[in-house]
Ligand binder design. Structure first.
Ligand SMILES: [Zn+2]
Ligand SMILES: [Zn+2]
Length: 94
């Protein structure tokens, strides 16, 4: 599945890798400690490029349902564009 964000490069977006629930949990956990750890995890354990890893970490929501860019808090799909600020969200439920 390809996702795009009009606020971010690359313009063509990226392909989301297959991630298990435990990987998503780990990525989120690490992001809360430091986004750098989270990026490193995706590169080392999921085989992503630095660009892809950074792109994903930037868009992962800290809180389920809450947009990572504005205060909209009714996001209800796993990968969705915020209706308020049009930013891409990885709205993982974990
Ligand atoms: Zn973005
Ligand atoms: Zn938003």
């Amino acid at each position: 599945m390809n996702v795009k964000c009009k606020n971010c490069l690359p313009e063509e977006g990226i392909e989301i890798p297959e991630l298990s629930l435990s990987e998503k949990k780990r990525i989120l956990e690490l992001k809360l400690q430091s986004p750098i750890y989270s990026v490193k995890y995706l590169i080392d354990f999921c085989g992503l490029s630095h660009m892809e890893a950074k792109y994903i970490v930037t868009h992962v929501n800290r809180t389920y349902g809450l947009c990572n860019r504005c205060n909209f808090d009714k996001l209800d799909k796993e990968y969705m564009i915020c209706p308020k600020c049009e930013s891409l969200n990885f709205n993982w439920k974990c």
